[in-house]
Design a protein around this ligand. Structure first.
Ligand SMILES: [Zn+2]
Length: 223
């Protein structure tokens, strides 16, 4: 998870919010379990702005959302607060793993990290990684509840993260091979930037890579 800066509300939502919300509340009076209209809150302009905010990644786990699977998530579930069905600040992007989060009654959002509210520093005080395995920082209830709520420790995410970590390691191995071949003791600036790029917010699993790189490749980057 990384901090996400919210962009301004898309025009379509600003213009249509009250009308869409009114229709939804009318529907709710007849069908108490009615859902808001997905085709409206997932309008391409809205989904596109959310993707720009997170560089096309899941807000919670940093999985790159490619292909068909892009879910717009109501951060506070509509069953808990129907007035937030079309509220811009309540719309997040989630992958298939994280959209399957634990409900409010099990763990309310207020007890977990919120990428739009918490800073990178606060996130790093709560979450850490050992290889591809996510864990909470010692004594961090916030980290523990975040992992539980968004199921950040599933086998599915471990697999996705381990593949990406392998890609990072292969990139570094190629750089080390090239150094050996050319009798160099240090990596070039370009090679260092290639490694540092894995830690940038627009790359998948950037927090995991940052922790891994600081732990294993700090010397390579410093020399
Ligand atoms: Zn996710």
């Amino acid at each position: 998870m990384r901090h996400i800066e919210r962009l301004p509300e898309p025009d379509i939502l600003h213009e249509k919010h009250d009308e869409w919300q009114r229709k939804y509340e009318e529907k709710l009076q007849q069908h108490p379990s009615a859902r808001p209209d997905h085709s409206k809150y997932a309008h391409p302009a809205i989904a596109g702005t959310l993707q720009c905010m997170s560089h096309g990644k899941c807000f919670y786990c940093e999985t790159r959302l490619s292909g068909a699977y892009k879910e717009i998530d109501h951060h506070i579930e509509v069953s808990i607060d129907p007035s937030k069905a079309y509220d811009w600040t309540n719309l997040y992007l989630a992958c298939d793993n994280c959209n399957n989060k634990l409900n409010h009654y099990t763990i309310p959002v207020s007890e977990a990290l919120d990428p739009c509210r918490n800073s990178d520093e606060e996130i790093q005080q709560a979450l850490t990684f050992d290889g591809e395995m996510i864990g909470s920082m010692p004594n961090s209830q916030l980290g523990l509840k975040t992992i539980q709520k968004y199921k950040l420790d599933t086998a599915l995410l471990d697999l996705r993260r381990s593949r990406h970590l392998r890609f990072l390691c292969e990139t570094v191995d190629k750089i080390k091979d090239s150094m050996l071949e050319n009798g160099r003791r240090t990596a070039t600036d370009e090679e260092k930037n290639q490694i540092r790029a894995f830690m940038q917010a627009d790359r998948p699993y950037s927090l995991m890579c940052q922790i891994y790189i600081n732990r294993h490749y700090a010397k390579l980057l410093a020399d």
